[in-house]
Design a protein around this ligand. Structure first.
Ligand code: NAD
Ligand code: WQD
Length: 338
């Protein structure tokens, strides 16, 4: 019987791109998502790209009985766990919601996996677990110290999963710390669907580009960086998707917990990013420099040697390509999947 990979949060931004990569590599996929921050319209888009409609079950991961039934129904051999809430600002305003959803979902998933004897899991962690006191680049051993409840939820989940694998040597767990995912599938059929006004830089710029928003506010140009604006490690979502496949293959052969940064290893400033978008779309982005955003760290980029050595994975797409693909998606779908 064919084995399945369960993808939690598989209708979301990074999950949907990874579902495509999995299906193209011959994996059978079951998606579970409660559609809190995504649309089921992504499913037919995935079908357009891959030729196959993935199995989709609408459910909240915290409903352990429902999740256990999914494991009983499908011969699942591994899990990619993307489901979670990710808005940093909202997590500061409503920390309990974030701890309940992100940690509650993970505990429920672990319990369902334990009762079904499935023990291979890849978890979506984040560069936000690193302490801002460290100088970049951040390698996987860098001190951790998240500064908001969202980041703390990732930090706690990493610890929970590490303890689970310590207690039972059958578990194979991958913790993937993404840096700043941007871009979209080159077909423009799937991409990020922010609800309301975007918090993140690239979705915001793209809405300025389609004239849904008037101008970009650049949060500070007085940082100690070459052009004064903050530096981040932007990584193409399709490269991230490939990284999940590489991690899954690695975990098929080993036990224990393994952690990898997924980034490009290169930093780009806000001003460089704006320039790359302008080149991609062929018109200027109206902008205004305003004060710094609270909590922003001047420079963040990854040390990517561990993923390169152990997973033979490296990000391949340039910043220009990321901007072109993100623009292609935004232009074709100005209202997301609506
Ligand atoms: P997303 O919001 O597009 O996808 C997450 C999906 O999880 C959504 O489809 C949502 O409906 C679903 N979900 C949330 N809670 C659920 C629950 N209790 N039960 C079932 N489904 C639930 O986000 P994304 O950008 O694709 O991020 C995926 C993962 O990667 C998240 O865990 C996020 O924290 C992590 N991550 C994202 C970024 C980023 O910048 N996008 C960076 C680092 C880490
Ligand atoms: C990038 C740069 C802003 C918006 C966040 C989360 C992190 C991770 C990735 C999940 C910063 C500047 C932004 C705008 C701006 N997510 N900016 N004007 O903050 O690096 O990371 O997403 O794990 O946890 O915190 O990304 O895209 O919000 O900001 O000038 O309107 O763009 O100041 O320097 P960030 P971002």
């Amino acid at each position: 019987m064919e084995k399945f990979t369960l993808v939690t949060g598989g209708t979301g931004y990074i999950g949907s791109h990874t579902v495509v990569a999995l299906m193209e590599a011959g994996y059978q996929v079951v998606i579970v998502d409660n559609l809190e921050n995504s649309s089921d319209k992504v499913l037919s888009r995935i079908e357009s790209i891959t030729g196959t409609l993935p199995v989709f079950i609408r459910a909240d991961l915290r409903e352990t009985t429902t999740i256990t039934k999914i494991f009983e129904e499908y011969p699942i051999s591994s899990v990619l766990h993307f489901a979670g809430l990710k808005a940093v600002g909202e997590s500061v305003e409503n920390p309990a919601k974030y701890y309940d959803n992100n940690i509650g979902s993970t505990l429920s998933l672990i319990n369902a996996m334990k009762s079904s004897i499935v023990s291979t899991l890849v978890f979506s962690s984040s560069a936000t677990v690193y302490s801002p006191s460290k100088e970049p680049p951040f390698d996987e051993e860098a001190t951790r110290g998240p500064t908001n409840p969202y980041g703390m939820s990732k930090y706690f989940i990493e610890q929970i999963l590490t303890d689970v694998a310590l207690a039972d040597e059958n578990w194979s767990i991958g913790l993937l710390r993404y840096f700043n995912p941007i871009g979209a599938h080159p077909t423009g059929l799937i991409g990020e669907m922010p609800t309301g006004i975007p918090n993140n830089l690239v979705p915001y710029i793209m809405q300025v580009a389609v004239e849904k928003l008037e101008k970009l506010y650049i949060f500070g140009d007085d940082y100690e960086t070459p052009d004064g604006s903050c530096i981040r490690d932007y990584v193409h979502v399709v490269d991230l998707a490939r990284g999940h496949l590489a991690a899954l293959r690695f975990l098929e052969g080993v036990n224990g917990t393994h952690v990898w940064n997924l980034g490009t290893g290169k930093g780009s400033s806000v001003l460089e990013l704006v320039k790359a978008v302008e080149e991609a779309i062929g018109k200027p982005i109206p902008r205004e420099v305003v004060g710094r955003r609270e909590g922003d760290i001047p420079v963040v980029f990854a040390d990517v040697e561990k993923a390169s050595n152990e997973l033979t994975w490296r990000a391949e797409n340039t910043l220009t390509r990321m901007c072109l693909d993100h623009w292609n998606w935004q232009r074709q779908n100005p209202d997301g999947y609506q």
